[in-house]
Design a protein around this ligand. Structure first.
Ligand SMILES: [Fe+2]
Length: 259
């Protein structure tokens, strides 16, 4: 079974990732400590640094003197999407106590974060006060690269196994009625919520704690989130740090069509 069947796959540690981390890990940690970046990206009362686009890599993944990012997970991803330039990586750092409730979060959203790991599909973030959902960022895949060595309870990524096919089926039922150019303007809120409910009722919840050198590949349509930090979990002072890449597809229709 691969990520295309289950919606997720762990690729065992390999030298390509470990070599890359020699430069990328200190760069990621430095990014998560930067004052300006922290002012912009700390959430959940300081227990999560979201760190979108904060890793200083080039489109091949190179940072400073490092080589390009080269690993089996990236090869598997690009076999499906074609080669896509990498954006600056997201540096996601979780800290003990995650999630606390910050001023940016409603009571309901906070409860969902605690109880349901803030489960979501990337690319359909809620917009405005009414939190309506539109397909605004068609990502190709999500590639996670653990940076720090942590215990199992240090807010691992969570994936609902097989959820990508439920999401595909439900969203396709609506979107196939429209030209792809119009997909970004179709309100998907009700469909998305019903699909997510079905996922919670029928799919297995899988936690993916990682170790440096591994690569985690998540299907673009998979429901995923981040687990609360379990008290006493082992982690370095930098927290549980993971770098994520999730480049956009060139064609929005590929979001539902590709394997
Ligand atoms: Fe996400």
């Amino acid at each position: 079974m691969t990520w295309l069947d289950r919606g997720w796959q762990i690729f065992a540690p390999e030298s390509g990732v470990l070599d890359w981390l020699k430069t990328a890990a200190p760069a990621a940690i430095e990014a998560s400590r930067d004052h300006h970046a922290r002012a912009e990206w700390l959430r959940c009362d300081g227990t999560w640094f979201v760190g979108v686009d904060t890793l200083p890599n080039d489109p091949s993944g190179k940072i400073g003197n490092s080589g390009p990012l080269d690993c089996a997970a990236l090869d598997a991803a690009q076999k499906v999407s074609g080669v896509l330039p990498l954006h600056k990586g997201q540096v996601s750092a979780a800290y003990p106590g995650y999630p606390k409730r910050g001023p940016e979060e409603s009571k309901g959203a906070y409860k969902f974060r605690r109880v349901r790991d803030a489960a979501h599909v990337d690319g359909m973030r809620p917009a405005g006060n009414a939190r309506r959902r539109f397909l605004n960022e068609p990502h190709a895949w999500i590639l996670g690269l653990p940076v720090t060595e942590c215990g199992q309870g240090a807010s691992p990524l969570v994936v609902w196994e097989g959820s990508h096919e439920i999401i595909r089926h439900r969203l396709n039922a609506i979107l196939q009625q429209h030209q792809p150019e119009k997909w970004g303007r179709i309100d998907m809120t009700a469909t998305y919520q019903a699909a997510r409910r079905e996922v919670f009722e029928t799919c297995r919840r899988i936690e993916l704690p990682g170790i440096p050198g591994e690569a985690h590949l998540i299907h673009r349509l998979a429901v995923h989130g981040m687990a609360p930090w379990i008290n006493g979990s082992v982690a370095p002072v930098e927290g549980r740090v993971v770098v994520y890449f999730r480049p956009h597809l060139n064609q929005i229709s590929d979001w539902l069509k590709l394997p």
